[in-house]
Design a binder for this molecule. Sequence first.
Ligand code: GAP
Length: 434
Amino acid sequence: MTEPTLETISNLAKRRGFVFQSSEIYGGLRSAYDYGPLGVELLRNVKDQWWKAMVQSRSDVVGLDSAILQARQVWQASGHEEVFTDPMIECRNCNARLRLDKLDDPNRCPTCGVSGQFTEPQEFNLMFRTHMGPVESDDNMVYLRPETAQGIFINYENVRRTNRLKLPFGIAQVGKSFRNEITPGQFVFRTREFEQMEMEFFCRPEDADEWFAYWLDERMAWYVDLGMSEEKLRLRHHESDELSHYSSGTADVEFMFPWGWDELEGIANRSDFDLKQHSEHSGEDLTYFDQEANERFFPYVIEPAAGATRTTFAFLIDAYSEETVNDDTRTVLKLDPRLSPYKAAVLPLSKKAELIEPTEKLAAELRKRWMVEVDITQSIGRRYRRQDEIGTPYCVTVDFDSLEDGAATVRSRDTMEQDRVSLDQIPSYLAERL
Ligand code: GAP
């Protein structure tokens, strides 16, 4: 099968209600997107699976939900106010503003094709600013967070003390982040408002290399376990000139996007940079006292930092497939059932009232456990195709025989095989397979 283009995926996402352009009725706000009924389920399932793997199933990681607005000093201490910048140039011919470090040819404008017309690069800070309270002044200026991580560092001591945590331990957070990207694009890949899934794992300095290697393995395994094709995933270690200001070692999990390999997640050894900075700037002692060793030190931090919206996009691309069935092409989203927006669709063969009643009754039973859709429009073949295209793993068809035998036909998305299952057994039939 040929790989889907970016256009194929963005068209499917819009047509089926996964993702819409923000403020579309006013012409659209570039680089912000709204997640529709299917997109919100897929995104939520990705975040839930991350939380399950990173928090729920572990005894050494706890969760946090910190505020998006934090004191300006947080971003001064973290270094973001000074160095969270990208080099921006402007084309004098067409006025396009571009990121110098992302150009294939640093002399030629990719927008108008003219060479030699760039201005000198300027360091452009990516943080969005707003003001707290009714007066707009420098004193009440705050930033929208560009990463969820700092919310974790500034709560490190609160969380450690209240939960009596001992090294090594992690604090995880999922939430919105904002970056005023110079060149957003590739649909939801790089946006100015997006969601992250980050975990800061605190450990003894001498154990940091071991934990770094451990988290590289864990994070790669997470994507594969959720069905992402192994051949479309790779780890790439950063060169020293690529490292962020806080990092003493980073590797990216990369995915083969329609335009080539690109970043899904960064796993960094942040050393003791952030805790030291916040200790110095706030005056709070953020060292850790190891009673057994009778030692006081700043813990090191290993950080697996993934994009929730970007990862959701990658799962969508990876799941897309087209198959020829009886000279017809069917589009199937082969999502792992844990990620599928709907786990099942209940389809009455006809709109007649005698079929609608058992359909609704069955759907109500299944909805106690799963997201389930009832679809009564169009031919049954078209309804199957639609469910295939949105990744629903099972369709349950209620037909006129159901009124006699108390059973329905369950069709698998992937094999298209059908089983006749008695209505009261359908919840357990699905539970065994989902
Ligand atoms: N706390 C570390 C940190 O934020 P990062 O590599 O800048 O590291 C982590 O971001 C992840 O967040 C990226 O790998 C990517 O998946 C996601 N991300 C970053 N900027 C993004 C953007 N503008 N749009 C969508 N996702 C983004």
